[in-house]
Design a protein around this ligand. Structure first.
Ligand code: BGP
Length: 465
């Protein structure tokens, strides 16, 4: 295979998540998820809530038609847990039917669905019981996933268990909009692992599907060759990256991360039998889905850093109990929202993940968030997005040619949707959605320049890069 070529049958796709695009937040039996109570939190009153979002719940047919026109081979989306499971023990037929219709429409258009079972939208009834920190979440998640597998496994081949578990734990307050103590978040992490190994095993027992986790793994650099900076980087690597893949891929916890948690009094409770559950060979994933946006650079913390525990946002974990301090990388430019643009970091990340676990990889998020307005000609000329993807995809082609097995690329996002913590102001889509932060306007769809660029790229299987 030549450099810059992608494998045949490579899945060129695009990505969304339910709470950020669907809307229809209380329709047809849906209960609120934790993100639907956003207006209750003062720090978030400046951005849109998720009640209407991109109105995909009503416009899904039009959206799938646009995906088909773009030539997508895969669509990665999430099923809304609160739409399917509005109360404990209750499963909502109207919610299930919505995804039946969506999946059927995708299949009709030869678009392979890649379904996320849980993408940040814990149902409010479960959150009221303590959310993931309550052990009951293991069984509730398992029962909900069992409903999904039984219903859709004949038509959905690829499943993701949990989206960005690491960000859900490390940036809990930003994502779930609920104050979460770090210790509870790590306890929740343990429960997520147990829920996932049970669901992966079930999937292997009752279906022919492929299933894997979808963390956000990304390269961590040390600022200088000072060995103490390297230690800081290793620590962040352990608690940001490997702590979330080792339990699923190796069946054991990462010891550096566990030592860190113990030293900070954050260690979670492990009950009898838990570690055996993790070890079960039937519970190993078939692939790793990775979301990549930017890299992080850190150094040894100084006295000032030791005083603060700062989260930043879900991709910038600024410092943590004195283990490291995030610093600027002078070699990298950033997006309008301050995230490092680092295509080589993308390659480094994929090489690391492959080297460590030797499992096929699918990219399920990657993209650039920008402020955008329709031009007078009714268009969005987003050459910056095209440049961004070209640089990332050139590195991806090299990585694949270096022997790393990657079977798909699903950039974030298919169409504009509400950013997790920066609202409508931060747009990622190939398709523009006409709405403002609070003004819903027409909600009509417009194809950006990147839409046509991606269509051409897919048609050529990336050979025109
Ligand atoms: C990931 C999430 C997505 C999405 C994306 C972009 O963490 O899986 O849900 O939000 O990041 O982040 P943001 O919306 O904050 O720009």
């Amino acid at each position: 295979m030549n450099k810059n070529k992608f494998p045949d049958n490579f899945y060129w796709g695009a990505s969304t998540s339910a709470y950020q695009c669907e809307g229809g937040w209380n329709e047809d039996g849906k209960t609120p998820g934790i993100n639907d109570i956003i207006e209750n939190t003062p720090q978030n009153s400046e951005i849109s809530d998720f009640k209407i979002a991109s109105d995909h719940y009503h416009r899904w047919k039009e959206d799938v038609a646009l995906m088909a026109e773009m030539g997508l081979k895969m669509y990665r989306f999430s099923i809304s847990w609160p739409r399917i499971n509005p109360a404990q023990g209750v499963y909502n037929e109207k919610g299930l039917k919505f995804y039946d219709d969506l999946i059927d429409e995708l299949k009709k258009n030869n678009i392979e669905p890649l379904v996320t079972m849980f993408h940040f939208d814990t149902p409010i009834w479960l959150q009221d019981m303590g959310g993931w920190a309550n052990r009951i979440a293991i069984d509730e998640y398992y029962k909900y996933c069992e409903v999904l597998l039984k219903r859709y496994s004949k038509k959905v081949k690829y499943w993701q268990t949990i989206n960005e578990q690491n960000m859900y734990v490390l940036a809990a307050a930003v994502i779930s909009k609920t104050p979460t103590q770090a210790k509870d978040a790590w306890q929740g992490n343990h429960h997520m692992n147990l829920g996932q190994v049970k669901v992966i095993k079930l999937c292997h027992q009752i279906t022919d599907c492929k299933i894997g986790p979808a963390p956000n793994i990304s390269a961590v650099y040390h600022e200088t060759s000072n060995p103490e900076d390297k230690i800081a980087a290793q620590t962040l690597d352990a608690i940001r990256n490997w702590m979330f893949l080792d339990p699923l891929c190796y069946g054991r916890y990462n010891s550096l991360a566990v030592n860190y948690l113990k030293s900070k009094d954050l260690m979670f409770k492990i009950e009898k039998g838990d570690l055996e559950l993790l070890k079960d060979p039937m519970s190993r994933p078939d692939f790793i889905a990775n979301n990549y946006y930017c890299s992080t650079t850190v150094r040894k913390p100084n006295d000032e850093d030791l005083k603060i525990e700062k989260t930043g946002d879900q991709h910038n974990i600024k410092s943590s109990f004195g283990a490291f301090a995030q610093t600027k990388n002078k070699f990298l430019k950033t997006t309008q929202f301050g995230w490092e643009i680092d295509p080589i970091g993308f390659r480094i990340t994929l090489r690391d993940v492959w080297d460590r676990y030797h499992l096929p990889i699918v990219i399920t998020e990657c993209g650039i968030g920008c402020r955008e307005k329709l031009d007078k000609d009714g268009k969005i000329h987003d050459q910056y997005r095209i440049d961004f993807y070209e640089s990332y995809l050139k590195e991806l082609a090299i990585t694949i040619n270096e022997g790393v097995e990657v079977f798909g690329f699903n950039p974030w996002s298919c169409f504009d949707l509400v950013s997790t913590h920066e609202g409508m102001e931060k747009r990622y889509g190939f398709i523009y959605v006409d709405r403002g932060e609070f003004d819903l306007r027409t909600l009509n769809r417009y194809k950006k320049d990147s839409f046509f660029w991606y269509k051409e790229l897919i048609k050529n299987n990336g050979s025109n890069l």
